[in-house]
Design a protein around this ligand. Structure first.
Ligand code: F3S
Length: 282
Protein backbone atom coordinates (compact mmCIF):
# COMPACT_ATOMS: atom_id res chain seq x y z
CA UNK A 1 0.00 0.00 0.00
CA UNK A 2 1.32 3.39 -0.99
CA UNK A 3 4.65 1.96 -2.01
CA UNK A 4 5.37 4.20 -4.96
CA UNK A 5 7.68 7.09 -4.33
CA UNK A 6 6.96 10.18 -6.44
CA UNK A 7 9.83 12.58 -7.00
CA UNK A 8 9.77 15.91 -8.81
CA UNK A 9 12.84 16.86 -10.80
CA UNK A 10 14.82 19.92 -9.91
CA UNK A 11 14.13 22.77 -12.38
CA UNK A 12 10.76 21.39 -13.46
CA UNK A 13 8.19 23.89 -14.70
CA UNK A 14 8.32 27.67 -15.15
CA UNK A 15 11.75 28.93 -16.09
CA UNK A 16 13.20 32.20 -14.97
CA UNK A 17 12.26 34.00 -18.21
CA UNK A 18 8.62 32.92 -18.04
CA UNK A 19 8.34 33.89 -14.37
CA UNK A 20 9.79 37.29 -15.22
CA UNK A 21 7.30 37.77 -18.08
CA UNK A 22 4.42 36.87 -15.75
CA UNK A 23 5.61 39.33 -13.11
CA UNK A 24 5.98 42.12 -15.67
CA UNK A 25 2.48 41.37 -16.94
CA UNK A 26 0.92 41.40 -13.48
CA UNK A 27 2.69 44.68 -12.77
CA UNK A 28 1.35 46.13 -16.04
CA UNK A 29 -2.15 44.95 -15.09
CA UNK A 30 -1.88 47.04 -11.92
CA UNK A 31 -0.33 50.21 -13.21
CA UNK A 32 -0.01 50.48 -17.01
CA UNK A 33 -2.41 52.43 -19.28
CA UNK A 34 -5.46 50.38 -20.29
CA UNK A 35 -6.40 48.36 -22.23
CA UNK A 36 -3.57 45.97 -21.42
CA UNK A 37 -2.98 43.20 -23.96
CA UNK A 38 -0.32 40.61 -24.58
CA UNK A 39 0.75 40.05 -28.17
CA UNK A 40 -0.22 36.39 -28.47
CA UNK A 41 -0.96 34.25 -25.40
CA UNK A 42 1.69 34.93 -22.75
CA UNK A 43 2.12 31.22 -22.07
CA UNK A 44 0.53 28.26 -23.83
CA UNK A 45 -1.56 27.45 -20.83
CA UNK A 46 -5.28 28.10 -20.64
CA UNK A 47 -5.39 28.37 -16.85
CA UNK A 48 -2.82 31.15 -16.86
CA UNK A 49 -4.57 33.02 -19.69
CA UNK A 50 -7.87 32.87 -17.77
CA UNK A 51 -6.20 34.14 -14.64
CA UNK A 52 -4.71 37.08 -16.52
CA UNK A 53 -8.05 37.82 -18.14
CA UNK A 54 -9.65 38.12 -14.71
CA UNK A 55 -7.09 40.84 -13.98
CA UNK A 56 -7.92 42.72 -17.13
CA UNK A 57 -5.15 41.42 -19.38
CA UNK A 58 -6.40 40.48 -22.85
CA UNK A 59 -4.73 38.82 -25.81
CA UNK A 60 -4.40 40.23 -29.30
CA UNK A 61 -3.00 38.29 -32.24
CA UNK A 62 -1.85 41.12 -34.49
CA UNK A 63 0.06 44.25 -33.44
CA UNK A 64 -2.20 46.31 -35.72
CA UNK A 65 -5.12 45.50 -33.43
CA UNK A 66 -3.55 47.61 -30.69
CA UNK A 67 -4.60 51.21 -31.03
CA UNK A 68 -3.90 52.45 -27.52
CA UNK A 69 -3.07 51.41 -23.99
CA UNK A 70 -0.36 48.85 -23.29
CA UNK A 71 1.03 45.97 -25.25
CA UNK A 72 3.17 43.27 -23.65
CA UNK A 73 5.79 41.39 -25.65
CA UNK A 74 6.17 37.75 -24.58
CA UNK A 75 9.32 35.99 -23.46
CA UNK A 76 9.77 34.57 -27.01
CA UNK A 77 10.52 38.03 -28.42
CA UNK A 78 9.10 39.49 -31.64
CA UNK A 79 10.31 40.00 -35.21
CA UNK A 80 12.17 43.19 -35.98
CA UNK A 81 9.31 44.62 -38.07
CA UNK A 82 6.85 44.20 -35.20
CA UNK A 83 9.18 46.00 -32.85
CA UNK A 84 9.58 48.84 -35.32
CA UNK A 85 5.83 49.07 -35.87
CA UNK A 86 5.17 49.26 -32.14
CA UNK A 87 7.87 51.84 -31.56
CA UNK A 88 6.14 54.12 -34.06
CA UNK A 89 2.65 53.60 -32.56
CA UNK A 90 1.20 55.57 -29.65
CA UNK A 91 1.39 52.69 -27.22
CA UNK A 92 3.09 51.76 -24.00
CA UNK A 93 5.26 48.72 -24.74
CA UNK A 94 6.23 46.37 -21.93
CA UNK A 95 9.04 44.25 -23.26
CA UNK A 96 9.06 40.86 -21.52
CA UNK A 97 11.41 39.33 -24.11
CA UNK A 98 13.63 36.93 -22.19
CA UNK A 99 17.16 38.36 -22.06
CA UNK A 100 18.45 35.00 -23.35
CA UNK A 101 16.26 35.38 -26.42
CA UNK A 102 17.31 39.00 -26.89
CA UNK A 103 20.95 37.87 -26.75
CA UNK A 104 20.30 35.23 -29.42
CA UNK A 105 18.67 37.89 -31.64
CA UNK A 106 21.77 40.06 -31.25
CA UNK A 107 24.01 37.14 -32.27
CA UNK A 108 21.94 36.58 -35.40
CA UNK A 109 22.14 40.23 -36.35
CA UNK A 110 25.90 40.38 -35.73
CA UNK A 111 26.47 37.28 -37.89
CA UNK A 112 24.35 38.68 -40.68
CA UNK A 113 26.18 42.01 -40.57
CA UNK A 114 29.54 40.25 -40.64
CA UNK A 115 28.57 38.43 -43.84
CA UNK A 116 27.87 34.95 -42.48
CA UNK A 117 25.10 32.81 -43.89
CA UNK A 118 22.94 32.30 -40.82
CA UNK A 119 21.59 28.85 -39.95
CA UNK A 120 19.01 28.75 -37.16
CA UNK A 121 18.28 25.49 -35.40
CA UNK A 122 14.70 25.58 -34.16
CA UNK A 123 11.02 24.94 -34.80
CA UNK A 124 10.21 26.74 -38.03
CA UNK A 125 6.92 28.31 -36.92
CA UNK A 126 7.78 28.97 -33.30
CA UNK A 127 7.46 32.67 -32.38
CA UNK A 128 11.01 32.75 -31.03
CA UNK A 129 12.38 31.38 -34.30
CA UNK A 130 10.31 33.82 -36.36
CA UNK A 131 11.85 36.60 -34.27
CA UNK A 132 15.39 35.26 -34.73
CA UNK A 133 14.85 34.84 -38.44
CA UNK A 134 13.82 38.47 -38.90
CA UNK A 135 17.41 39.46 -38.09
CA UNK A 136 19.01 36.78 -40.25
CA UNK A 137 18.80 38.12 -43.78
CA UNK A 138 17.08 36.65 -46.85
CA UNK A 139 19.49 33.79 -47.57
CA UNK A 140 19.31 32.37 -44.04
CA UNK A 141 18.20 28.83 -43.33
CA UNK A 142 15.99 27.44 -40.55
CA UNK A 143 16.44 23.74 -39.79
CA UNK A 144 14.59 21.63 -37.25
CA UNK A 145 17.31 18.99 -37.19
CA UNK A 146 20.50 17.97 -38.99
CA UNK A 147 18.36 16.01 -41.45
CA UNK A 148 16.92 19.27 -42.78
CA UNK A 149 20.26 20.46 -44.14
CA UNK A 150 19.90 20.15 -47.93
CA UNK A 151 22.07 17.48 -49.53
CA UNK A 152 23.78 20.00 -51.81
CA UNK A 153 24.28 22.65 -49.14
CA UNK A 154 27.69 24.31 -49.50
CA UNK A 155 28.80 27.67 -48.14
CA UNK A 156 31.95 29.54 -47.25
CA UNK A 157 31.10 31.19 -43.95
CA UNK A 158 28.24 29.87 -41.85
CA UNK A 159 27.06 31.10 -38.47
CA UNK A 160 24.77 28.96 -36.30
CA UNK A 161 22.33 30.26 -33.68
CA UNK A 162 20.02 27.99 -31.70
CA UNK A 163 16.50 28.42 -30.37
CA UNK A 164 16.98 28.78 -26.60
CA UNK A 165 15.02 25.63 -25.73
CA UNK A 166 16.68 23.19 -28.13
CA UNK A 167 18.62 20.18 -26.93
CA UNK A 168 22.40 20.04 -26.93
CA UNK A 169 22.22 16.74 -28.78
CA UNK A 170 20.41 18.26 -31.75
CA UNK A 171 22.94 21.06 -31.84
CA UNK A 172 25.85 18.59 -31.89
CA UNK A 173 24.22 16.70 -34.75
CA UNK A 174 23.73 19.89 -36.74
CA UNK A 175 27.33 20.99 -36.23
CA UNK A 176 28.54 17.58 -37.38
CA UNK A 177 26.39 17.82 -40.50
CA UNK A 178 27.52 21.34 -41.39
CA UNK A 179 31.24 21.19 -40.71
CA UNK A 180 32.21 19.12 -43.79
CA UNK A 181 30.18 21.39 -46.07
CA UNK A 182 31.63 24.77 -45.17
CA UNK A 183 34.98 26.56 -44.96
CA UNK A 184 34.27 28.41 -41.75
CA UNK A 185 31.72 27.50 -39.10
CA UNK A 186 30.93 29.81 -36.20
CA UNK A 187 28.58 28.35 -33.60
CA UNK A 188 26.78 30.38 -30.95
CA UNK A 189 25.34 27.96 -28.47
CA UNK A 190 22.36 30.06 -27.42
CA UNK A 191 20.53 27.26 -25.61
CA UNK A 192 19.65 29.03 -22.37
CA UNK A 193 20.97 27.96 -19.00
CA UNK A 194 17.45 27.27 -17.71
CA UNK A 195 16.91 24.77 -20.52
CA UNK A 196 20.25 23.14 -19.96
CA UNK A 197 19.67 22.75 -16.21
CA UNK A 198 16.19 21.38 -16.82
CA UNK A 199 17.40 18.83 -19.37
CA UNK A 200 20.31 17.72 -17.24
CA UNK A 201 18.13 17.30 -14.15
CA UNK A 202 15.55 15.39 -16.23
CA UNK A 203 18.20 13.03 -17.56
CA UNK A 204 19.45 12.32 -14.05
CA UNK A 205 15.89 11.78 -12.88
CA UNK A 206 15.10 9.42 -15.79
CA UNK A 207 18.12 7.29 -14.91
CA UNK A 208 16.93 6.89 -11.34
CA UNK A 209 13.22 6.10 -11.63
CA UNK A 210 11.05 3.36 -13.15
CA UNK A 211 8.57 5.71 -14.82
CA UNK A 212 8.83 9.34 -15.96
CA UNK A 213 5.84 11.64 -16.35
CA UNK A 214 6.55 14.80 -18.31
CA UNK A 215 3.97 17.53 -17.73
CA UNK A 216 3.27 20.24 -20.28
CA UNK A 217 1.38 21.26 -23.40
CA UNK A 218 1.41 18.82 -26.31
CA UNK A 219 2.10 21.86 -28.47
CA UNK A 220 5.03 22.92 -26.35
CA UNK A 221 8.24 22.09 -28.20
CA UNK A 222 10.46 22.30 -25.16
CA UNK A 223 8.19 19.87 -23.29
CA UNK A 224 8.22 17.46 -26.22
CA UNK A 225 12.02 17.55 -26.39
CA UNK A 226 12.17 16.92 -22.66
CA UNK A 227 9.96 13.85 -23.12
CA UNK A 228 12.13 12.74 -26.04
CA UNK A 229 15.26 13.04 -23.94
CA UNK A 230 13.77 11.15 -20.97
CA UNK A 231 12.48 8.39 -23.27
CA UNK A 232 15.99 7.66 -24.53
CA UNK A 233 17.01 6.94 -20.94
CA UNK A 234 13.77 5.53 -19.50
CA UNK A 235 11.44 4.02 -22.14
CA UNK A 236 8.56 4.19 -19.67
CA UNK A 237 8.19 7.93 -20.25
CA UNK A 238 4.76 9.56 -20.67
CA UNK A 239 3.96 13.09 -21.77
CA UNK A 240 0.74 14.44 -20.26
CA UNK A 241 -0.96 17.77 -20.55
CA UNK A 242 -3.72 17.19 -18.02
CA UNK A 243 -3.97 15.22 -14.79
CA UNK A 244 -6.80 13.14 -16.25
CA UNK A 245 -4.44 11.63 -18.83
CA UNK A 246 -2.39 9.84 -16.19
CA UNK A 247 -3.18 6.12 -16.17
CA UNK A 248 -2.94 3.77 -13.28
CA UNK A 249 -1.41 0.97 -15.37
CA UNK A 250 1.67 3.12 -15.93
CA UNK A 251 2.55 2.49 -12.31
CA UNK A 252 2.52 -1.30 -12.60
CA UNK A 253 5.55 -2.71 -10.80
CA UNK A 254 7.09 0.76 -10.39
CA UNK A 255 8.76 1.77 -7.17
CA UNK A 256 9.82 5.27 -8.08
CA UNK A 257 8.05 7.67 -10.41
CA UNK A 258 9.69 10.88 -11.54
CA UNK A 259 8.00 14.07 -12.71
CA UNK A 260 9.48 16.81 -14.83
CA UNK A 261 7.79 19.68 -16.66
CA UNK A 262 8.31 22.13 -19.50
CA UNK A 263 9.16 25.81 -19.19
CA UNK A 264 5.53 26.91 -19.54
CA UNK A 265 4.01 24.46 -17.09
CA UNK A 266 2.65 26.18 -13.97
CA UNK A 267 3.68 24.77 -10.57
CA UNK A 268 0.05 23.94 -9.66
CA UNK A 269 -0.14 21.58 -12.62
CA UNK A 270 3.01 19.76 -11.50
CA UNK A 271 1.63 19.47 -7.99
CA UNK A 272 -1.73 18.21 -9.28
CA UNK A 273 -0.04 15.42 -11.24
CA UNK A 274 2.05 14.53 -8.22
CA UNK A 275 -1.04 14.32 -5.97
CA UNK A 276 -2.88 12.26 -8.57
CA UNK A 277 -0.04 9.76 -8.93
CA UNK A 278 -0.14 9.27 -5.18
CA UNK A 279 -3.87 8.63 -5.31
CA UNK A 280 -3.47 6.07 -8.10
CA UNK A 281 -0.90 4.12 -6.17
CA UNK A 282 -2.71 0.79 -5.61
FE1 F3S B 1 14.22 32.47 -21.28
FE2 F3S B 1 15.21 30.07 -21.38
FE3 F3S B 1 12.89 30.47 -20.29
S1 F3S B 1 15.27 31.60 -22.94
S2 F3S B 1 12.05 32.17 -21.39
S3 F3S B 1 14.84 31.26 -19.56
S4 F3S B 1 13.49 28.70 -21.46
Amino acid sequence: MGEVEVVVSEYAGFCWGVKRALELTLQAAREAPTPVNTLGPLIHNLGVIEQLKSRGVGVIADPREATGGTIILRSHGVPKEVREHLAAAALTVVDATCPFVAAAQEKVQALQEAGYLVVILGERDHPEVLGLRSYAGPDSLVVESAADVPEDFRATRVGVVVQTTQSQERLSELVAALAPRVRELLVHNTICSATELRQRAAATLAANVDVVVVVGGKESGNTRRLAELCATIQPRTYHVEKVSEVQQEWLRGARRVGITAGASTPPEQVQAVKAHLRELDP
